[in-house]
Design a protein around this ligand. Sequence first.
Ligand code: DAK
Length: 258
Amino acid sequence: MSESLVLERVEGRVAILTLNRPKALNALNDALMDALGEALLRYDADESISVIVLTGNEKAFAAGADIAAMKDKTFEEVTREQFITRNWETILRVRKPIIAAVAGYALGGGCELAMMCDMIYAADNAKFAQPEIKLGIIPGAGGTQRLPRAVGKSKAMDLVLTGRMMDAQEAERAGLVARVIPAESLMSETMDAAMLIASMSLPSVIMAKEAVNRAWEGSLTEGVRFERQGFHSLFATHDQKEGMAAFMEKRKADFQHK
Ligand code: DAK
């Protein structure tokens, strides 16, 4: 039997998904994106899980969409089949936080997939690029839109038009990644952060993710209004009462995720 394209592991309330096409540097084909989407939605619905970590291997998070699978496609085919559009945005339906733990290459669709996660932790050997221009195409999974929001117009233009690689340090300075971590401790530090987030009340974690995404996607006025409604609604949860009581009683909160 062939090995799974996405490996799964659970630690406490954290699910770890590992892209697993190492011989092709985790090039993202339809079968892999289907498997990833299915796993993401399943863990999103699983009440025992709070956080998802998405990772690859030490050489590649993902070197992009599978060029072999798309090289002979015609315009007519890609539009009629909705080629690689049908399963690329499943990740955006996930309400729980997703941390991308990136080592090695995150190129093209690999960089775009990382940017669709909620934050990126980069190993010090990580390399990010949107090299599509070198193939005679442009980024097609949000790269021309999310990259400028993350790093600003000038650097995004530089990256998208030259196709050059950006190392982890530059990516951190530019604001694309949240942390740079020595490659050998990427997973342990990522898991520490994931476990910490998973120890918080899940309703407030989900609300916080949604509110930050409003800042990313919408206007300030709308975002602040959304945040206020979210803030008020959390006073309906058990965990708000518990969290504040625990503070007053100088003890650790025992969150029930409800
Ligand atoms: N696709 C297919 N195979 C790939 C691949 C890719 N993107 N990247 C690497 N591989 C394969 C290589 O062909 C090679 O296979 P074999 O020859 O061994 O069979 C194997 O992985 C190892 O690669 P290399 O021999 O090239 O390894 P090196 O260390 O020498 O070089 C490299 C590593 C990452 C610099 C190089 O492999 C490389 O430049 N790869 C291509 C990077 C690239 O151009 N990526 C962008 C692809 S376009 C959309 C969604 C997504 C997309 C678009 C639309 N919609 C939702 C609409 C995304 C598009 C893209 O990502």
